[in-house]
Design a protein around this ligand. Sequence first.
Ligand code: CMC
Length: 432
Amino acid sequence: MSDKHYTLTDPESGSVLELKRYDPTIGPSVLDVTKLYGSQGVFTYDPGFAATACCTSDVTYIDGEKGVLLYRGYPIEQLAEKSTYIEVCYLLLHGELPNKTELANFEESIRTHTMINESLLRFFNGFHYDAHPMAMMSGVVGSMSAFYHDSTDIHNPEHRDIVAHRLIAKIPTIAAAAYKHTLGQPFVYPANDLDYCGNLLSMFFAVPAEEYEVDRVAAEAIDLLFILHADHEQNCSTSTVRMAGSSGTSPYSAIAAGISALWGPAHGGANEAVINMLEKVGSVDHINEYVARAKDKDDPFRLMGFGHRVYKSYDPRAAIIRKMCHKVLEGLGQQDNPLFELALRLEEIALKDEYFIEKNLYPNVDFYSGIIYQALGIPKSMFTVMFAIARCVGWVTHWCEMVADPTSRIGRPRQLYTGPTERDYVSLKDRG
Ligand code: CMC
């Protein structure tokens, strides 16, 4: 980071304020306001952190205007075409693509950490049969803090590595246990001879009474979706992981906080909400009615899977998923999938509408991903869980980066107070 300055002049008093300016490797410069309160007695105000960089990070870069997404400098389009999810996990965690030996060792480590403690497995019996799997996920991943006491020193890089491998390896197992609980089916143990996504499918769909063969079209589709969801810089859930982790809490608790943040419909919960919306729209004839509702300020309805805080152009992940939908649906013999037809038409109509054009609202990653998951037989309530499995590597990478950063401090924002000024307590008998 270079050490330049940015000067602000108060037009009334003429006083000059110098703020340090940091120039990133790419993207807009950042002004350092850490000394502002000490020198000027004022805070900055930025609800939703739309204009605030809260950390330095080497992991992921987004150019929202141009629709660019880079993991460790590599364009998402190249990774989607040429890489695998496990290789992307290594890249995110370590900053570089692995050589053959490094990849083999990493894969081996993830494969051999897939089982979870049997006691942890029994937690699922405590959940109601119709509990949302995201509720079970946050509870059980948080409960991992009560196990694995061999690697609790967050300042030890080896311990952090073990935490990362455990989380990436075990989160599909926990997700599958949540799914099997909702079905009332027996839990299927991980099969370490299968690859990451093949194992996930087997734990989801195999039953002890029958042979199960992994569908390669499905496994490859999930692998690609996982690459696209693996990280997205300082989004709501990742920032939550960093915020919770900044207190020095257990990494499993911090990741559980991230899972909770992801669940909301404005974030990862949107993939489930998109399918609910498309089912409600029902047919092409009703699209205009729903588009009109989305534009109506007095109606809380929004087009789910549309709009993004950072992307003001087409989300590059949505572009890849839309293309992939054609291929996967064809591979599954579902080329006439009515929800996909409806989604394509809805996109076409919205993108020609003045409201969406003016506000730069385009399909985001969640608009088409649910269509693929649904075609693969994954139920709606598991869509956000799939997102959580994929994003786990991003969360843990950011947590590691934060813990290793000597400039990290506990996250503690300030506020613009609008409550009452100081007043005296009135005893109950004297209150009217
Ligand atoms: N439908 C209709 N209007 C919208 C939509 C939408 N989906 N998204 C934004 N707008 C309007 C919004 O009403 C506002 O209008 P105005 O300026 O007149 O008040 C303007 O566009 C800006 O929206 P905002 O809510 O201030 O933008 P934000 O950056 O705070 O929110 C968002 C971003 C993603 C939460 C929002 O676009 C949204 O709610 N989208 C639908 C939910 C969704 O698809 N979420 C997934 C996000 S991507 C993946 C992820 O994060 O997990």
